[in-house]
Design a protein. Structure first.
Length: 459
């Protein structure tokens, strides 16, 4: 429902890390929470570092003669041998202490002596496949307990990206721990001969039979453990181990929708998805990559969604119309007596369809209600929800001018929603701009509820 997502401390640290695919330019303009672990660049002095940071190593300007170089130009030197035996793989999560300098000796980032005011020294944790290429390669050479200096050429760092540290970068890194990530499934490159195949080319092998009897429907959500791979074994997306994720059945890709509806609760299955069943291009948005993928899905639970309304094409005769053109119909009377105002914060369950009966967004698919300010959603929602009281369920037909008004990438035309007002929240509305229904809500991260997991793009 909203553009803001609440993540764990570990996830915050990973997302804030200057080495990640998006440089921490914003952090250069101010501090951030201690939960980031002192991993962003910029800011002022802290208790653990001066305004200039830690002194640069003597060989910061260029790798010394005894540094070892790889074929693509990465240079490194072991400062302290490690005690471990295993090296991390790209899908693993690593725990590190690190400091980075530009070749003129200026420190720009550190987990041990952060520059930001109030930032505490704290190791950083992140997935090794979501950092700059020089880090993926360099840390992949290390074992736990090892401390190594890396000289990363610009093409393996930020490649001239505006706002990011420029030129060759030098890092001192201590590898503290490795958490194994997902491993590619057997036969990741192609389906085996005994795989089941559907008419449109989706192939699958049941790895673990299910215990349930019911299959998810197109309007349902699913709680799943999953991983998605390229045929050469590169991880595109995955749920965290032991933390099943809620996903919509529809709205991601034809392959995902077909695959999940073949399953029952408790089942684990590997799917080989042809590119033709992958995510489709949307108007106004960059086209998704066209590629075959391999998915491993374990269906933990089915999150039942509402049925498509029989009157989705147009408001029925008993719908009430307002002067603006909004049409509504009460499905379940409420128990409350107070109506929200245009600035109220409300908690709702909802689902939305285009007039061809395709669901594009749903809080049911997430498995929990949504909360947002009525002054931060599409005009049709602001008007309609003010007509309701707590406990009421209402169907609303929102004309395009009160919805997204032709905004590229958003659901087009008249939209139909079923909304259940659970609670009018106390206090002022939530601060900051928020995504209205259908623009990155329960069905995923993209406009119109397009949640197809996309690979991280390295800088």
């Amino acid at each position: 429902m909203t553009r803001t997502s609440f993540v764990s401390r570990r996830a915050q640290a990973a997302l804030a890390l200057v080495l990640l695919v998006t440089p921490a330019v914003a952090a250069c303009k101010g501090g951030s929470s201690a939960a980031d672990g002192g991993t962003r660049e910029g800011g002022g002095p802290s208790a653990s570092a001066s305004a200039t940071g830690l002194p640069a190593p003597p060989d910061v300007a260029a790798p010394p003669a005894d540094a070892v170089k790889t074929a693509d130009g990465l240079a490194s030197k072991v400062l302290t041998p490690g005690t471990g035996a295993d090296k991390p793989l790209p899908n693993d999560t690593v725990k590190v202490n690190y400091t980075g300098w530009t070749t003129d000796g200026k420190m720009f980032d550190s987990s041990v002596a952060p520059l930001q005011p109030g930032r505490r020294p704290q190791p950083a944790e992140f997935a090794l496949n979501r950092v700059i290429p020089g880090w993926t390669e360099g840390v992949g050479l290390m074992v736990v307990g090892e401390k190594r200096r890396l000289w990363i050429p610009q093409e393996l760092a930020y490649a001239g990206k505006p706002g990011a540290p420029a030129g060759m970068l030098v890092f001192d890194i201590e590898l503290l721990g490795i958490t194994p990530g997902p491993r590619p499934p057997a036969n990741v490159a192609a389906a085996p001969a005994d795989a089941q195949k559907t008419a449109d080319g989706l192939a699958s092998v049941v790895m673990q039979p299910g215990t349930g009897k019911d299959h998810p429907g197109p309007n349902d959500g699913v709680k799943v453990n999953y991983s998605i791979w390229t045929p050469d074994g590169k991880l595109l997306d995955a749920s965290k181990e032991g933390m099943p994720m809620a996903r919509a059945v529809t709205g991601m890709s034809d392959g995902w929708a077909e695959a999940t509806q073949l399953m029952v609760t408790g089942e684990k299955r590997t799917f080989w998805v042809p590119a033709a069943l992958g995510p489709k291009a949307r108007p106004g948005l960059p086209p998704p990559p066209s590629q075959d993928t391999t998915m491993v899905i374990e269906l933990v639970d089915i999150l039942k969604g509402p049925k498509t309304p029989p009157d989705v094409k147009a408001p029925p005769g008993d719908a009430v119309k307002t002067a603006s053109g909004l049409a509504t119909k009460v499905l379940t009377k409420g128990t409350g007596t107070t109506h929200p105002t245009a600035t109220s914060r409300v908690q709702v369950n909802y689902a939305g369809w285009t007039t061809d009966g395709k669901m594009f967004d749903s809080s049911y698919a997430r498995g929990e209600p949504a909360t947002f300010g009525l002054n931060a959603v599409i005009p049709g929602w602001t008007e309609a929800v003010q007509l309701m009281v707590e406990g009421e369920k209402r169907r609303i037909w929102v004309p395009e001018k009160l919805a997204y008004a032709g905004k590229p990438g958003a659901p087009a035309g008249m939209l139909v929603f079923e909304v259940e007002l659970l609670k009018i929240m106390p206090g002022p509305p939530m601060g900051g701009p928020m995504m209205p229904p259908g623009m990155g809500g329960a069905m995923g991260g993209g406009p119109g509820g397009r949640p197809m997991p996309v690979p991280a793009s390295h800088p």
